[in-house]
Design a binder for this molecule. Structure first.
Ligand SMILES: [Cu+2]
Length: 246
């Protein structure tokens, strides 16, 4: 679709295709309905009992099938992506929405997210997520305001919110899921094409909602490993407390 943002994810092509089919199907229905309205208006006098019964039933059947197909196709696409679950080897990244900023957390070499405590949340002192220093698993967690992902690898995002409902929206990945306080929601996708993509908030979450934006950087695997390695090193050296700027 030429009017849609560039799609950089593996799953996006199927979503685009479904959107296009829906658009074509309903554009045809819309055009036929308009033609029919004009024909009826231009007819001088009513003829018989309107449409022949066979034609009427045929139209109902065609529209019925079309509506049911639309519903099933969309449901299958959504269910496949949501309920099938990510592959076990998918990369884990945590996304936290807060008024008015996105934070991205990588679990580090131990592959375990450290404990977070709401009492410890303090963005000014560099701990915006409230990482608990007493938990050994939190020592190597990397928190970034830039989402960097390797191309061609499936990512399992866990979404959290620190305050109100936010909506993680990455148009270039055809991805949208809410971040709800008190819940952890998962969404998975596979970024494919290296490049920079916009990350927005799709829920009106307060006065700063419009500037709640971030960037997704899709890079080759090697570059990603280097980037994460540097972040982990800085973190362990105590140079980057909670959050590291890109
Ligand atoms: Cu928001």
């Amino acid at each position: 679709m030429p009017w849609a943002p560039f799609n950089g994810s593996l799953e996006g092509a199927r979503i685009d295709r479904l959107l296009l089919y829906n658009l074509i199907a309903f554009a045809i229905v819309f055009a036929l309905a308009q033609v029919w309205i004009i024909v009826v208006m231009l007819r001088r006098k009513p003829r018989g009992n309107g449409l022949p019964a066979a034609l009427r039933w045929a139209m109902i059947a065609v529209f019925g099938v079309l509506y049911i197909w639309t519903g099933i196709a969309a449901q299958r696409l959504w269910a496949n992506s949501q309920f099938a679950g990510p592959a076990p080897e998918a990369m884990q990244v945590e996304v936290t929405g807060a008024q008015f900023q996105w934070y991205f957390r990588y679990p580090g070499t131990d592959a375990t997210f450290g404990a977070v405590r709401s009492q410890l949340v303090d963005a000014a002192s560099g701990n915006p997520l409230g990482l608990d220093p007493a938990d050994p698993a939190s020592k190597d967690d990397v928190v970034s305001s830039l989402l960097v992902l390797p191309a061609g690898r499936e990512v399992d995002l866990r979404l959290r919110s620190l305050d109100v409902i936010h909506g993680l929206f990455i148009p270039g990945m055809r991805l949208k899921e809410n971040a709800v306080p008190g819940m952890i929601l998962h969404v998975h996708f596979t970024p494919q094409t290296p490049g920079t993509y916009s990350i927005l908030c799709s829920q009106v979450c307060g006065l700063g909602h419009a500037r709640m934006q971030a960037r997704l950087l899709v890079v080759p695997e090697k570059q990603f490993t280097e980037w994460l390695g540097v972040r982990e090193h800085l973190r362990q050296a105590g140079l980057a407390g909670g959050v590291s700027r890109p």
